[in-house]
Design a binder for this molecule. Structure first.
Ligand code: U2P
Length: 227
């Protein structure tokens, strides 16, 4: 290999390392995902109230998920920084109210929070430490009251069916953001409103229009079960 070729190759390698180190973007945006507990429980699988008692009938946080613009996402990014409950002891009241686990057996939700931090939170460490990750997510919930937006439009968790388009419009009207919506099926196989996806910029500071929406799997009319 001639001197010039070697020179070009070495520079190419140096440049690539530099761009990876300096410009590598961890992720493009966050999905902030809230779930309707009535739909989590209304699928035929078991659901258990957490040890802190039956949660209020409101949307609950599922997670804050770093995502790429193409719809893929990083996960489990740093096993050296596992979930540590003592780091969020000041947030416990709000965590139990807004981010409870309804999985069985009944628990104090630690496993759920550990899963969310270990799988998703560790991929946003460049922006948020563990306390910041949970605190920021709780604050986002306060800024995006989905249930209120739906109620204002006459859409209530009463077991009846509502047009998916009306649900979307109600959220757009109420919180000025277009949601992604996913559904699951109740015990009889009916499509029901399950999760609401909103998007947040990669610094976790502002809601943004979603660069990409999750695959929509809802019927045109969906059940909104009681909880
Ligand atoms: O949708 C089923 C599960 O896949 C994970 N998910 C989905 C979309 C996405 O953008 N990011 C993502 O993580 C979620 O997994 P979990 O956090 O519950 O383990 C979602 O529940």
């Amino acid at each position: 290999m001639g001197f010039f070729t070697r020179f070009v190759l070495i520079n190419l390698v140096i440049f690539q390392c530099f761009s990876l180190l300096c410009f590598a973007q961890d992720f493009d945006f966050f999905y902030f995902v809230q779930s309707w507990p009535g739909s989590y429980c209304d699928t035929g699988r078991s659901c258990c109230h957490p040890q802190s008692g039956k949660p209020s009938a409101d949307f609950k946080i599922h997670g804050l998920w770093p995502n790429y613009n193409d719809g893929t996402y990083p996960s489990n990014c740093d096993s050296s920084n596992p979930f540590d409950r003592t780091k969020i002891s000041d947030l416990m009241g709000s965590m139990q109210k807004n981010w409870p686990s309804l999985a069985c057996p009944s628990s104090d939700s630690t496993k759920f929070w550990a899963h969310e931090w270990n799988k998703h939170g560790t991929c946003a460490e460049s922006v948020l430490d563990q306390h910041g990750y949970f605190e920021t997510t709780l604050n986002l919930k306060n800024q995006a009251n989905i249930l209120q937006a739906l109620r204002t439009a006459g859409i209530n968790p009463d077991g009846s069916y509502y047009s998916l388009n009306k649900i979307k419009s109600a959220i757009e009207q109420g919180i000025k953001l277009s949601p992604g919506i996913t559904c699951n099926v109740d015990e009889s196989g009916n499509s029901q409103l399950y999760e609401i996806y909103l998007c947040v910029d990669s610094s976790a500071s502002n809601f943004i229009d979603c660069p990409i929406f999750p695959d929509e799997n809802c019927a045109s009319s969906v059940e909104f079960p009681e909880f």
